[in-house]
Design a protein around this ligand. Structure first.
Ligand code: MG
Length: 168
């Protein structure tokens, strides 16, 4: 693995842990708002992002490299409504998609075929991440300002369970 590729993967590990940190902070905020379903959804999202970081971490280990963990920023999470929160999620995931695509470009330029294969999974995963956030935003729009609608969406978000090993 070239030094440029190694640095790019280490940067993505940082970005995935940073995502996890943001979602955990959003989970805490939803607990404050008494939306326990959305808090659950965010807590599972935190687990998933941690799993993404670990996929890259383990890839480096398997390639005989040493992952170097970087500092995380304190999450600057602020929202007063669920729709505002999930719009932030969508914006953040679009940002992560750009990062994954940038990493893939490095893997292509550096002719790192093993990393390219691993990143196909991440590229697919980002399509799913954006799709999920968009679907939740749609549900929240339908619910509008209705307390009952919001209650039902929150209940549905509460049903999200951790994905099985390998799917996260
Ligand atoms: Mg991720």
């Amino acid at each position: 693995m070239t030094p440029r590729t190694l640095k790019a993967v280490n940067d993505q590990i940082q970005a995935e842990f940073q995502s996890a940190y943001i979602y955990l902070s959003m989970s805490a905020r939803f607990e404050d708002m008494k939306m326990s379903g959305a808090a659950n959804w965010m807590r599972i999202q935190w687990q998933e992002e941690t799993a993404h970081a670990m996929k890259l971490f383990d890839h480096l280990i398997r390639r005989g490299q040493t992952p170097v963990l970087q500092a995380l920023d304190a999450p600057a999470v602020s929202f007063d409504s669920a729709i505002d929160a999930f719009e932030q999620v969508l914006k953040h995931e679009r940002h992560v998609t750009r990062l994954i695509h940038g990493l893939y470009e490095v893997a292509v330029e550096e002719k790192d075929y093993a990393l390219q294969t691993l990143l196909h999974w991440f590229i697919d995963e980002q399509v799913e991440e954006e799709e999920n956030a968009e679907a939740i935003i749609d549900s929240l729009r339908l619910a509008g300002a209705s307390g009952q609608g919001l209650f039902l969406v929150d209940r549905e978000l509460g049903l999200r369970a951790p994905e099985a090993e390998g799917e996260a």
